[in-house]
Design a protein around this ligand. Structure first.
Ligand code: SAM
Ligand code: SF4
Length: 331
């Protein structure tokens, strides 16, 4: 193990400590804002990094650069076989381990994930109405997700957070329902501004329900106070004054948090991306399979992050949509 960490710093002085690993591009849902109803070829099986390869990249990031957070995502990470095996491999590294999931596998998988060393979990849920849930995800599985939320809590995963993408004219009338849901279930809801990463390319700015609108809607019903910002946490947070917990908003579109970004992403096929919206990637898979040493990997990652841009430019003329959709990058 390296005796000392060398911080992974980009040209703007941002130190990177957080690794998002997409374990698969496959998914058992087809959310309208993420995937097309049909099509979207899966990555070839041989192109996916093995658990050993994923864990090696994570180890290099922790040992060489002092990363302290690793989040597994996808696609739907729980559709990849034996996910607890990967979690076990990662849990020895000492970084905080979390998972983002649509929740459907949790009724049977939550205890095994926790036992393998998973600590935190984010579960995506965009409607509490059965019909609407089906329209958004193209699957009739609301009950499974609700059971999954309970299973995660019962398994001792903490905190359990709910990710809710708010879209105008789709589910923006449920903002207060979600606030109530979070208060009643003891989970933190994080509302996410809709980003231009849908596979169909149909995103428009008018569909984005802004942070200001979300907070105003909840503030009309509950008395709120701002929670102090945590460095590099993309969520702006509010507390219910009556002690009912808190909620967050991730204003990815209206108030990009690029200046405090500390993330790099590894796609399931082994490409390192320094931004969700990056238009370039580092092919780590070729390095891993071509006999690269840990020093080689660390040097390549350092060089790639050195090239990181100041930030994405959604809503500006320069903005270019990445060629991959959210499910292929790993949100
Ligand atoms: N399948 C898992 C899930 O849904 O939680 C993990 C992968 S999913 C791509 C990760 C997160 O990205 C989810 O919370 C999802 O709601 C969010 N997401 C997907 N497409 C989005 C978009 N166009 N804008 C904002 N968030 C999006
Ligand atoms: Fe699947 Fe998650 Fe994308 Fe929905 S948001 S299609 S659950 S990867």
């Amino acid at each position: 193990m390296a005796a000392e960490h060398t911080p992974l710093v980009d040209g703007f002085g941002r130190v990177h400590r957080d690794l998002r690993i997409s374990v698969t591009d496959r998914c058992n849902f087809r959310c309208t804002y993420c995937m097309p109803a049909e099509g979207l070829d899966w990555m070839a099986r041989d192109d996916l990094l093995t658990y050993e390869e994923l864990a090696r990249v994570a180890r290099v990031c922790v040992e060489r650069f002092g990363f302290d957070g690793i989040r597994l995502t996808g696609g739907e990470p729980t559709v990849r076989a034996n996910l607890p095996v990967l979690i076990e491999q990662l849990s020895g590294l000492g970084a905080n381990l979390s998972l983002t999931t649509n929740g459907t596998s949790l009724p049977h998988l939550a205890p095994a994930l926790e036992a393998a060393g998973l600590q935190r979990i984010n579960i995506s849920l965009d409607s509490l109405k059965r019909d609407r849930f089906e329209q958004i995800t193209r699957r009739d599985e609301l009950d499974k997700v609700l059971d999954g939320i309970d299973a995660a809590t019962e398994a001792g995963l903490s905190p359990v957070k709910i990710n809710c993408v708010v879209m105008r004219g789709v589910n923006d009338d449920e903002i207060v329902d979600f606030a109530r849901f979070g208060r009643e279930r003891g989970v933190t809801v994080r509302f996410i501004e809709f980003m231009p990463l849908d596979a169909q390319g149909e995103w428009t700015n008018e569909q984005v329900v802004t942070k200001a609108e979300i907070v105003a809607a909840i503030g009309e019903v509950f008395e709120l106070e701002v929670v102090a910002e945590r460095e590099s946490d993309p969520a702006a947070r509010w507390r219910y004054v009556d002690g009912g917990g808190e909620f967050g908003v991730i204003p990815s579109v209206t108030e990009a948090f690029c200046e405090s970004c500390d993330r790099v992403r590894l796609t399931a096929d082994g490409m390192l991306r320094h931004c969700l919206f990056a238009t370039r990637e580092l092919d780590l898979r070729s390095l891993l399979r071509g006999g690269a040493t840990d020093d080689d990997l660390a040097a390549a990652i350092t060089a790639e992050v050195g090239e990181k841009w100041a930030g994405h430019q959604i809503n500006q003329v320069h903005f270019i949509r990445p060629s991959r959709s959210m499910s292929q990058i790993g949100g």
